[in-house]
Design a protein. Sequence first.
Length: 183
Amino acid sequence: MNLKDKIFLLIVVGFIVGGSYIWYTYTEITERMIQMEKEHETHIDQVNKEFRKDLKTLDLQFIGRGKHVRQAQKDIVSNRELILSKSDSLGSLIEDVAYNLNELSRNVDKHFISVEQNIRDIEESIEYRAKFGFPFIIAVKGKNKNDILNDFKKRIQNDLNSEFDEAKKQVMKIAFFRFKDIA
């Protein structure tokens, strides 16, 4: 088993462990959300039942007493507003949790894409070193990641002599940039 195979195996094991952790976290969060939703439904049912029971009691107690009935109606309306405000705040919290779950999912996807790109870069670097016997050398000043990647793909097609000459040119460019920065 050569170094490339060991690195690849290590990366695959890393993906498996990372995926397992994410799946475990996802199931825990999902179960908690289901439990919170059941508790919310139970709470709403209980509040509605108590509200109906209180309304029935108030109607029986205050028959023919207009002043007391009006006060009872005001109390019921104020309790209704309290219930609505509590349910609104609970709804807001649920929306926050959903947003955080979506953000976590986006971040995990983004990190997996960057890890996959890093794996490809490492594999290409190993291929380059195996072919030429020295690391990929390039003066990166003024270049972006795509420029560097395109140069790498072009230069890996070179033969040993022309690539060695190009690597020497790149070392000269690097030295030139450094001397220019010093001066």
